[in-house]
Design a protein around this ligand. Sequence first.
Ligand SMILES: [Zn+2]
Length: 335
Amino acid sequence: MNSLNMLPQWFIVFYVILIGLCCGSFLNVVILRGLSGESYIFSRSKCPKCNNQLTWYMNIPLFSYIFLRGKCAFCKKHISIQYPLIELLCAILFTFTYFHFGLTLKTLFLWIFIALFIAIASTDILQTVIIDIHTYILAICGVLFNLFNFGYTPILSSIIGAVSGFLIMELLAYSGTLFLKHRAFGEGDSLIALSLGAIFGFKNLLIILPLSILIQALISLPILSYEEFKNKNMKLCLSYVFVFISLFIVGFLNFNSTLYNSKIYLLVIIPICILLLWSLKIILNDLKNKKIQNTQDNKSTAFRLLPFGPALIISAAIALFYLDKIKLMIFNFIY
Ligand SMILES: [Zn+2]
């Protein structure tokens, strides 16, 4: 691989982008056929709306979408924006990995991780489904990665991480039954934690899991707030907004050491905590009401508003590149 590093940078970047786009294109197939249960390889690409087989020039990643202006060449119906978005995301992340770790075997492994991350998060976002085989392949690649000693954790810790990742999430899911009368989240999330444990090892998993909860909050609070805005429940809408903002303020104060040691800290943090508690009280009251409503309707949507998988995946994707920085941040936060 070292002789490849002699090539001019732009030439390598060009090919990395191309590989990323093609991989993203294949991921689109993996995601859709995974959800529909079709074979990945043994059937040719068709338009999902009119079932016409696509010719080669309608299958070029990103460019076909642009040339066809987002419409099928046969039936002229809109092609989902998901296709070019996933191709673009894959190409960007592959290029980012190359700039971070160069043309190495480690980069190749990270590309595989990223591809599986995108597949897992996408099926979860599209249909709240996690396809088991995606997580198993991720776990096996994670163990292999640490067998080659690429750096996140020793091989023994990788295996312990996989087992404990699964157990921790199952324990959390079942403890949810005490409050919700059903699992707090699906089995798919436990399988994601298993594969992340295999990649990062037990100790690092204890950093990635809390980070994913923070990310979940940052994703869901604006969405919840917008929902309540549509319901014209302004009190609740503002409560979600306030929790969102205070997460940022408290985070900023804690990570900035000069502020952390000054008197401004107390002046700001005390009113924020009071308002935060007040907002949380409004939110919890609302959740309690929704829960009563749902048990009457025999539905349980109040607590399972958004899938947790994407937050786990985003947290892991950040850790692929910035594990040491996250460790330092959490360390500062606790002490
Ligand atoms: Zn069509």
